[in-house]
Design a protein around this ligand. Sequence first.
Ligand code: HEC
Ligand code: HEC
Ligand code: HEC
Ligand code: HEC
Ligand code: HEC
Ligand code: HEC
Ligand code: HEC
Length: 407
Amino acid sequence: MAPASVALLLALLGFLAAAGQIAERTTPDPRSQPTVHGGKPQHEKYAGDAACLSCHQDQSNSYVHTAHHLTSQPANKDSILGSFRDGSNVLMIADPATAGDDPGLYFKMEAKDSGFYQTAVAGWPGQLQRRSERFDIVIGSGVRGQSYLYWHGDQLYELPVSYWSDGSRWINSPGYKNGTMNFSRAAIPRCLECHATYIEPRSPDPLTNQYVKASLELGISCERCHGPGADHVSLHRTKASAPAGLTGEAILNPAKFSRDRQVDLCALCHNGIRSQELVPAFSFVPGKPLDNYLLPNEGDMAAHPDVHGNQVGLLEKSRCYLSSPNMSCSTCHDVHQPERPAATYSNRCLTCHQVESCGMSKTMGHKIADNCIDCHMPVEQTNAIISETAGQVMRPKMRNHWIKVYR
Ligand code: HEC
Ligand code: HEC
Ligand code: HEC
Ligand code: HEC
Ligand code: HEC
Ligand code: HEC
Ligand code: HEC
């Protein structure tokens, strides 16, 4: 048997240790086990998004359409974007019917009464082995793609097949070796810390995938950025007849943080290189320095930081940012609104620059006013999330947040 077949069969039998299979993007250094400060982060003082809606309709009505809100959902026919229709529900890696020395492998996505399933079928005709797991949780709003998680008891794992929006197709989950059927990749707390509101891990080990299942809250809630809001809600409910102009109490408004703390809030999830956790997931409180919580991984600070998920690191390199003490992510983004087309952001540049300060205005005229972005924040391919599927390599494209002259 060729080595590839051995690996495949081991994976089939579930022998591949979960620890070796964790997403490269998120693996914290196991030597830096966190010191636990009194166990799990407090989670009682949270009110939930529905509570905010009654008083903050402006923010809430648009927020439900944002990628943050939609970034994790229960799996169902609306949330799973991939197709279960015959003809487009198979990811063929190597057809078992024509398998030679190496075994064949394909994945089939099926809608059944009991839910939606991924089934791996591997081997040779007459000796086929199958493994089926249910789609339980959808990760990703689908801007670029989605990955899926399944429960095995109280353990959470990533499914081997993901969805790719470009071409609306099924692909190998990023980081999975092509040709293997691996169901043993653990979904660690940090994964959900960036993509959900809350889950209670059963242990402080940053590599655990055992959780209190019922504690899971999907989507990124208002309170991830505004802090626990239960007191704020009850306070304002009893003050319902209070005079207009009353300022919010017992709630955090990031606009009132220093610039560094504002950017730290976004950096919790948008600074790819920070991954060494000092305290358990879900203990970060908006307004506090991120340095007390996450450290940059040494060695990752390459001269050309990758564009994936590192908007903070890249923006911080920009002269715009270095020379403007008040510039933050909010200069361009309103996180309560869905993303706008890139070109519309040019008016943000023009709050500080003039069309004439760009050398290109001499040759191209005023029409550059509508598109500062494509030249100064170009879209580039990332090397951080790669999916290799049956010989084809896919890399998502990201907007580079290092604002400068590209030649
Ligand atoms: C019973 C009504 C009520 C509910 C429910 C409510 N708020 Fe408020 N909130 C207010 C009022 C009144 C203010 C002050 C006036 C304003 O800014 O609109 C306020 C202000 C705020 C501010 C600005 C604070 C500042 O310092 O500038 C934020 C942020 C906020 N609320 C977030 C939330 C979040 C998040 C929720 C849900 C957990 C929520 N609110 C639920 C009534 C409410
Ligand atoms: C708890 C983690 C978390 C925090 C905190 C966070 N983000 Fe995000 N953000 C995400 C994730 C995850 C996505 C990708 C969502 C998806 O498409 O599934 C995202 C997507 C985005 C997008 C792209 C939206 C789109 O429609 O493509 C923008 C812009 C963004 N975030 C800005 C911010 C800003 C600005 C802040 C700080 C005020 C912030 N985020 C804080 C996790 C976070
Ligand atoms: C440090 C925070 C962080 C961690 C950890 C993280 N992600 Fe993400 N993820 C993001 C951000 C931010 C984006 C938005 C794209 C970007 O900026 O790179 C994203 C994008 C995605 C997307 C594409 C979403 C879309 O709508 O296109 C998927 C799928 C995804 N992540 C899955 C996962 C899974 C599964 C895990 C855990 C095994 C994970 N991510 C861990 C922050 C994180
Ligand atoms: C990803 C982080 C994030 C999420 C999620 C988020 N907010 Fe905000 N919110 C901010 C930031 C940042 C500001 C300050 C914006 C600025 O600088 O003007 C803000 C400001 C506010 C304000 C102050 C009023 C104003 O416009 O200045 C209110 C009220 C508010 N948010 C309510 C909500 C509600 C309700 C939700 C959920 C439906 C929510 N926010 C979700 C980051 C977030
Ligand atoms: C908050 C104000 C502000 C915003 C918004 C802003 N910039 Fe800047 N930008 C500056 C300042 C200040 C400098 C530095 C000028 C200097 O040092 O002479 C600068 C520098 C630059 C440079 C020169 C960079 C280099 O490395 O030499 C370019 C190009 C640029 N900005 C383009 C843009 C574009 C395009 C946008 C919109 C995507 C933008 N800026 C948004 C303030 C801003
Ligand atoms: C000078 C304006 C500007 C600033 C400041 C800015 N962004 Fe963006 N951002 C953009 C533009 C333009 C896009 C592309 C939007 C689109 O394609 O629709 C974008 C896209 C994104 C996306 C989606 C990923 C992608 O590649 O499409 C994320 C996530 C994001 N920004 C996060 C942040 C965070 C976090 C900060 C603060 C560190 C920040 N941005 C600061 C202009 C800005
Ligand atoms: C077609 C591509 C393109 C577009 C569109 C464009 N730029 Fe430029 N920009 C350049 C190039 C190339 C340079 C450097 C050459 C030069 O200065 O003559 C430059 C130079 C600049 C500089 C000066 C940098 C320095 O070192 O002093 C600023 C500021 C700037 N652009 C801002 C903008 C703004 C704001 C917009 C939108 C109104 C814009 N640019 C649109 C390509 C472009």
